[in-house]
Design a protein around this ligand. Sequence first.
Ligand code: SF4
Length: 515
Amino acid sequence: MDFAGNSKKTGRPTRNKKQFNRVGHNLQFYKIPPTGEISLQEFEEYAIDRLKVLKAVEVAGIRLMKGSSEYIQKLQDELRKTSLGHDLIRTDKKEDKDFRQKDLVSHFILRLAYCRSEELRRWFMQQELELFRFRFLREGPDSRDEFLRENSLNYEPISDDLKTELDGELRAAAGSKSGVVDTVEYFKVPFTEVFDLVSKRKVYLEDGYAYVSRDDMISIVITHYRSHLSHSLAVTTRALPHLEEDGRLLPMLCGLSKRYLGQDFNAKKSNVGEITADMIETLSKKSFPLCMQQLHQSLRQNHHLRHGGRQQYGLFLKGIGVSLEEAMRFWRTEFCKAMDVDKFDKQYSYNIRHNYGKEGKRTNYTPYSCMKIITTNPPGPGDFHGCPFKHMEVDMLAQKLRGQHISKDNVEKISKCVKTGHFQIACAQYFEATHNIRNPEDSASININHPNGYFLDSYKLLNGPKEGTKPVPNTPKVIKVKVEGTGTPSSQTNKQSDLNDMDDDDLIASMETDM
Ligand code: SF4
């Protein structure tokens, strides 16, 4: 790909020649990299569009059983919410081929962004394979055959005689779907191409060959795609150092995996009305996510929070609708239980005004997303910021949850998610447990990406939408809260100073007041 001039400054592409290679089928193995021109602005837009698609795939896959009708419905709904995903699953797209190029280019951009580490590669492959499977199964039989032909996956069906001979074995392997043996063709393939079917005992095996029905051909296709994608990612990793010469692309590519794609929850957009300092205590018990409860409790206990905690909590409060005046009143009341007003005004008030854009560069800072909290600036000793699901020891977390009277089953479910690294899913399960949500449909609709999103969903669930505001989409309707008790802070070690997200003013404020 070529990247047309500096469109960042003007906000417009300077050239608009997109002569990409032609893509012949709706589906691709993305074997040939795109050649053509694209502006930097388009480059970023394409990357974000595909990232939204892959995140939608991830969300549907974590909460629901893959292949189930609920999963298919959820994935379809999630994909339709994104512009690229909407195009990728359209069935009336025969005449509109533009999406194929966007599909191709966006895939290759994310390949660049996600080849940098084993973890990123695994995530990218998982979502791309699942997206491919979903799209392949939506194509009609002719289109699937055409795709197989184009990619030299020409398997010959076994003869009718052989099929009759193996009838009993094929029916036994098909289990409850044994009726398909009468209607679909079977293919004889090396068993190494269908490991997933072998492990589920869904195929008949003989002499190292598996007999696969046409309905299960997707397993063979996925095996080929997996092997191709894995190899391609390794090749891309080796080519990555060349990209470092281009100072325009690398920062964007490196930041993609941590990018938050949802609402920014700027205070101006808060639609629950103004929150006063006096309301914070009650709200913290009912509607704050665990990360903010922890910060609130340690502030109440110690009458102090270090810089990381003040930033995370202060911006969250701003995002839920606490004005600068109320924020000042809130922090001053708490801090002045352990220091005099003069000291507070000298050392801490600047930082609070700074967060509201009243000092320094006057930037209107936005609250931190879950991704940012989870991936940057881990808490050290004496810190209370971060995400408890990520940064707290699992045993301590379980103890804290039991202290909040969360049932044994739910504590186990949450701990399991934490152990497998699904911190936001654990948080969603915590939301369900504390809001008494039992309906699986409602559960599937809860996605936690942002502490302020958590607050908003909880607030609306408990209070109903404020008059004149739109209801939160997909918000469950059950209303009952049982968050109680206070917890103990996590024992945190390994503090790393991460100043990536601070500008000079942040840094100065931090150095002046971090104690
Ligand atoms: Fe807070 Fe997000 Fe962690 Fe939940 S997942 S505790 S909202 S950072």
